[in-house]
Design a protein around this ligand. Structure first.
Ligand code: NAD
Length: 335
């Protein structure tokens, strides 16, 4: 008789259950929904499960890999495309790591554009004003996107969706990627050229040792004054302190951040009753041209459904000895 695969589902939010609960039953999996994030303190909860399922602000380091291996956990099922939060090298011969490489690139790209339009046209401020019957326009002037030069860093699935959106606004699209793709309606240029020429820069590359703090005081110095910056990729692409310093000097027209380098343990949680001890995050919130959202670019019905489907298909493939097409291998993290 088939033994149901047991999955410890870390970091459960009510919206995860909407799809994972019924679909899990469809596949016959025994999913144990755990509210706690996966970290060194909670890894013991994986005991008795065949797999753990984690999201972007959970992590699994080398020490935890050893603990999971001892507990006979066979797989780490990532509910995300990015895998910078798992020590893939440590996992290589011990535990299979599976991810969701693509669910809805449009969801993230559309959100990046929403962030840009908001910091530029200040609809979030207008909304608050008109609710108080303050109909003044003082301080709400934006700029046209039409015919501006935009720079897209990383031309993978989300970067390409962003290029399509930018073309809809009739901008001139520059892009940079160490692995260029043919046939895009955008002009590949060097990173320096992109920094120098762009009125708007949107980040769509993964977080790797090469891209950590890609945006720092030196690269910011190369950018135009009044540049707009949008980051929906990973927080540590930006050196936050350098960004804040430059914002205080008035370098940026606007900055939209859906991700933040110290977001773990803060994003996805209601911290409204707590004292904010992260000075950089608190500082960002005080800057009138910064908009921070809580890593929600992926958060559409379509994307959530696709994430659940692929995560469970990955588990099904593992259980049934099928090809593991979404495996994260050591070759993907070696420079
Ligand atoms: P992808 O793998 O399809 O594309 C990433 C691209 O970045 C590739 O073309 C790759 O060649 C390029 N790249 C690698 N190193 C680079 C470098 N040094 N400089 C410039 N480009 C480089 O990934 P994707 O699906 O487009 O996702 C991009 C990123 O978006 C993910 O890594 C993840 O961090 C982030 N993401 C965020 C959300 C969210 O909710 N905000 C959701 C999904 C993904």
């Amino acid at each position: 008789m088939r033994r149901f695969m047991k999955i410890a589902f870390y970091g459960t939010k009510p919206y995860d259950k909407i799809w994972f609960e019924p679909m899990g039953k469809e596949y016959g999996f025994d999913i144990h929904f755990i509210e706690a994030a996966c970290n060194r303190e909670t890894v013991f909860m994986a005991k008795g499960h065949d797999a753990i399922c984690i999201f972007v602000n959970d992590y699994v380091d080398a020490e935890m890999i050893d603990a999971l291996y001892e507990m006979k956990v066979k797989a780490i099922l990532l509910r995300s495309a990015g895998f910078n939060n798992v020590d893939v090298k440590a996992a290589e011969d011990k535990i299979v790591v599976l991810r969701v490489p693509s669910y809805s690139p449009e969801a993230v790209a559309e959100f990046a554009m929403a962030l840009l339009l908001t910091v530029n046209r200040l609809t979030h401020k207008a909304y608050n004003r008109t609710r108080e019957f303050n109909m003044s326009l003082n301080g709400l002037m934006g700029t046209d996107l039409y015919e501006k030069t935009v720079g897209v860093i990383g031309t993978g699935k989300i970067g390409q969706a962003m290029i399509r959106i930018f073309n809809g606004f009739q901008t001139h699209v520059l892009c940079y990627d160490p692995f260029p793709v043919e046939g895009l309606e955008a002009e590949y240029v060097s990173l320096d050229e992109l920094f120098k020429s762009s009125d708007i820069i949107s980040l769509h590359c993964p977080l790797t040792s090469d891209t950590r703090h890609l945006i720092n005081k030196d690269t910011i110095a190369k950018m135009k004054n009044g540049v707009y910056l949008v980051n929906t990729s990973r927080g540590a692409l930006i050196n936050t302190e350098d960004l804040i310093d430059a914002m205080l000097e008035g370098k940026f027209g606007g900055v939209g951040l859906d991700v933040y380098e110290e977001e773990e343990g803060v994003f996805y949680e209601d911290k409204s009753g707590d004292i904010m001890v992260d000075d950089n995050l608190a500082r960002l919130m005080t800057l009138p041209n910064a908009l921070v959202t809580s890593h929600m670019g992926f958060f559409t019905k379509e994307a959530m459904q696709a994430i659940a489907r692929t995560t469970l298909e990955n588990a099904y493939a593992l259980e049934n000895g099928l090809p593991l097409v979404n495996r994260v291998g050591i070759e993907m993290v070696q420079a």
